[in-house]
Design a binder for this molecule. Structure first.
Ligand code: ZN
Length: 130
């Protein structure tokens, strides 16, 4: 297992980590198999979506903010309940097929780390299996 360190820069943002994951797979010498990416945080998540048009990232964040607004009316006392809920909506892991050392992603797909309560130093755990 390898750990990627992600330094987020904003309260909420989607960070394209596709190239870092591919570099990590080369270090792990995985040729063919399945790569699992896991986010060990309660206010961050991971997803796969379009990385060609950057406005898609903004639309995802805007839509989540409308669905789960920041509000003083949640029971959780830390004030970041919206970030916990957004993280659960997106999910904490993804799996990608690896072939010849390359991630088998669709033409327009990239892997995004999703920050909902930043900026912070975060981790993504990477495992692989054949
Ligand atoms: Zn909290």
């Amino acid at each position: 297992m390898k750990k990627l360190i992600i330094k987020t820069r904003a309260r909420q943002e989607l960070v394209d980590i596709t190239e870092r994951v591919e570099r990590t797979l080369r270090e792990m010498s995985l040729a063919d198999g399945v790569c699992t990416l896991y986010v060990p945080h309660t206010t961050a998540a991971i997803t796969i979506n379009e990385n060609a048009d950057p406005s898609v990232k903004e639309d995802i964040l805007d839509a989540l903010a409308r669905l789960v607004p920041q509000s003083p009316h949640y029971k959780h006392a830390e004030g970041n309940a919206h970030a916990h809920i957004r993280a659960s909506f997106i999910g904490h892991s993804v799996q990608v097929i690896v072939e010849n050392g390359k991630l088998l992603l669709g033409t327009w797909q990239g892997i995004f780390f999703c920050e909902f309560d930043g900026p912070r130093e975060r981790e993504v755990w990477v495992t692989s299996s054949c």
